[in-house]
Ligand binder design. Structure first.
Ligand code: MEV
Length: 422
């Protein structure tokens, strides 16, 4: 009989009942069920409340980015990621940046945009003016939605109105600019956008459709900068190589996608370690990278008067430290403690530094020996583990495969059989 994935009230079942259901459906062994059920550092009860239909968890390694000095302070940075080399590369770049004092960073402030879409407007410019004329009333109504945020010094600060041309005709888009303080702020700004919608309809006579935040958080920018001393990073040729690598990304979207992916290796791993929303940050970063009409690099590089390389990054960073998984996930809370984070602004700046460090490390490797040599060593360990190696054999098999330049599952199995028989 064909199995059905249609289950009514799956969410009402207990986690054990759900596990039993999927065990039967997918013919899982008891061992496999036990593996899924393990939620690592996240208590089962918390996991079960975090999302719907929970059956367990997936644990990823948390590595620590070392050597970071940011705005004059030494910081250890928890990074959660499945990809080898990332933590090592960031730490290595941070070690080189230390020579010239490490990273300096700043943050434009935690101002989030909520969009209210107005359609069916005959005279969009007139509607825009009418909305702007009632700015204070709209902001006041928005502010009423979140007294706690207001008490903390945040809340709606300003309003922008844009008229856009679309395939469905002109639309009038109102942006509420909301200071969300230490919260990521999605809930706060979405509530405000929904609350002011009827007032915008009444002012304009138009019809409001969408009321939702924008992840293109251009008023929430984290910036970081570091000077990499010429001789420390390998001399003039390496400086030139990195400048050329960056110019390639700056000019070519195909390269920029990969260049920025490397940046996100660093950024997303800290975002994830702190229980923040990786998709929000990624959407913001990539849309910011395309803000001038062509997708380009999030970083910039230049030479200083002494021939050193100066790297910088500017990226939207809508992270929080008080709500959602940041608060409920015990590991995320510990990650914040490791970094001694007191504010979302501080976290945003650290994340930008990691993005820059990651990018510098990737460009330096790519512009010199290529990344494969470093990658292969770590990749070989994973291949050895997948082939069943344990303990000391993992490194022994990995080293042998790298030496032979045969980092492959079949070779790992052969070596495992050979070494296990000794
Ligand atoms: C791999 O995860 C990231 C890199 O491809 C980034 C880059 O090419 O700049 C190495």
């Amino acid at each position: 009989m064909e199995k059905s994935s249609e289950v009514s009230g799956f969410y009402k079942k207990s986690m054990e009942e759900r596990l039993k259901f999927i065990q039967e459906f997918a013919c899982l062994t008891d061992e496999e069920v036990a593996t899924i059920r393990n939620t690592g550092g996240l208590p089962v009860g918390t996991a079960d409340k975090m999302i719907e239909n929970v059956v367990g968890g997936l644990t990823l390694p948390m590595g620590i980015g070392v050597n970071f000095r940011i705005n004059g302070k030494d910081i250890l940075i928890p990074m959660v990621i499945e990809e080898p080399s990332v933590v090592a590369a960031a730490s290595n770049a941070a070690r080189m940046a230390r020579v010239k004092g490490g990273f300096s960073a700043d943050f434009s402030g935690p101002v989030m945009i909520a969009q209210v879409q107005l359609v069916d407007v005959d005279r969009p410019q007139e509607a825009k003016e009418k909305i702007l004329a009632r700015k204070n009333d709209i902001l006041e109504l928005a502010a009423k939605q979140d007294p706690i945020l207001i008490q903390a010094g945040g809340g709606p600060k300003d309003l922008e109105v844009r008229v856009i041309e679309t395939s469905m005709g002109p639309m009038v888009i109102t942006h509420l600019l909301v200071d969300t303080r230490d919260a990521m702020g999605a809930n706060a700004v979405n509530t405000m956008a929904e609350a002011v919608a009827p007032m915008i309809e009444q002012i304009t006579g138009g019809r409001v459709l969408l009321r939702i935040l924008s992840n293109l958080a251009v008023h929430r920018l984290a910036r970081a900068r570091a000077v990499f001393e010429r001789e420390i990073i390998g001399g003039e040729a390496v400086v030139e190589g990195i400048l050329n690598a960056w110019a390639f990304a700056e000019a070519d979207p195909f390269r920029a996608a990969t260049h920025n992916k490397g940046i996100m290796n660093g950024i997303s791993s800290v975002v994830l370690a702190t229980g923040n929303d990786t998709r929000a940050i990624e959407a913001g970063a990539h849309s910011y990278a395309a803000r001038n009409g062509r997708y380009s690099s999030l970083t910039t590089y230049e030479k200083d008067a002494d021939g050193n390389l100066v790297g910088s990054i500017e990226v939207p960073m809508a992270v929080g430290i008080v709500g959602g998984a940041t608060k409920t996930h015990p590991v995320a809370r510990i990650a914040l403690k490791i970094m001694d984070i007191q504010s979302a602004a501080q976290l945003a700046q650290i994340i930008a530094c990691v993005g820059l460090a990651q990018n510098f490390a990737a460009l330096r490797a790519l512009a010199t020996e290529g990344i494969q040599r470093g990658h292969m060593g770590l990749h070989a360990r994973n291949v050895a583990i997948s082939a069943g190696a344990q303990g000391e054999l993992v490194d022994k098999i990995a080293q042998q495969m790298v030496k032979e330049r045969k980092v492959r599952a079949d070779r790992a199995k052969e070596l495992l059989a050979e070494y296990s028989n000794k």
